[in-house]
Design a protein around this ligand. Structure first.
Ligand SMILES: [Zn+2]
Length: 239
């Protein structure tokens, strides 16, 4: 794990990249934001799973984003989760950066209603709301005060992704105004298992299948071995 602390004062914003070692975009974004100065505010930048990055793997022992708050006596990822939790303890906001192999536009992931305020600061229009039960409450953002994940789609260029994070930081530290654009919230309520003759779906496009209407999320994600996609409803939750 690599941790860089920048500046003093509040708000204290944590940015975590590479919880999954094969998602290098987090490290690229952290390299780009480490020179920005927030007025006011401070940053805690964390490149999480360096060992998995070296081996170009998602993880060494278990999925790091499924073992928070961690265990100092546990396996590689459980120890890492404990160390990361400690560094993020005092952060007012946490942004956790991921990328997906799915053919999808980028989206924000929130697991608690409180985090929707933070999601408003991110210049991405779609929020996927996943109840903490889906990751058994063990994802990083389930275990911080106010956190979101950003899932960059396979079409997002690294340069654009950096700009998104920088804009978000400036908005949080109030150097830039929030946009008033309403975001669409997609609430995940289940998943479709892979079968023998799976249909081709389009992420975020309303779909009717076997008498059920839903919005597919993360269709085409290679890390999903058994799941075809998540099912979401357009949700009434408004920040
Ligand atoms: Zn990830």
């Amino acid at each position: 794990m690599q941790m860089i602390g920048i500046g003093k004062g509040n708000p204290k914003i944590g940015i975590v990249g590479c919880l999954h070692g094969n998602e290098k975009i987090g490290a690229e974004i952290i390299a780009a934001v480490k020179d920005i100065k927030l007025m006011p505010g401070s940053l805690v930048l964390i490149i999480a799973n360096e060992e998995a990055m070296k081996e170009e793997k998602r993880f060494i022992d278990i999925d790091l984003n499924r073992c928070f708050p961690g265990d100092v006596n546990g396996n590689h990822e459980e120890k890492l989760a404990a160390a990361i939790s400690k560094e993020l303890e005092k952060c007012d906001y946490v942004i956790d950066i991921h990328s997906t192999t799915a053919d999808t536009e980028s989206f924000i992931v929130a697991t608690k209603k409180e985090a929707l305020v933070l999601a408003q600061a991110v210049p991405i229009n779609k929020i996927v709301f996943i109840e903490p039960v889906i990751a058994n409450g063990k994802s990083l953002i389930d275990n911080v005060q106010c956190g979101i994940s950003i899932e960059f789609g396979n079409q997002e260029k690294a340069g654009a992704a950096k700009e998104i994070i920088i804009t978000c930081l400036q908005r949080i530290s109030k150097a830039r105004k929030h946009s008033d654009a309403k975001k669409a919230v997609y609430s995940v309520y289940g998943a479709i298992k892979k079968g023998n003759a799976d249909p081709a779906l389009v992420n975020f496009q309303q779909t009717a299948l076997d008498g059920e209407t839903f919005y597919p999320v993360l269709f085409g994600e290679k890390e999903y071995r058994e799941i075809l996609c998540l099912k979401a409803k357009k949700s009434p939750i408004q920040p």
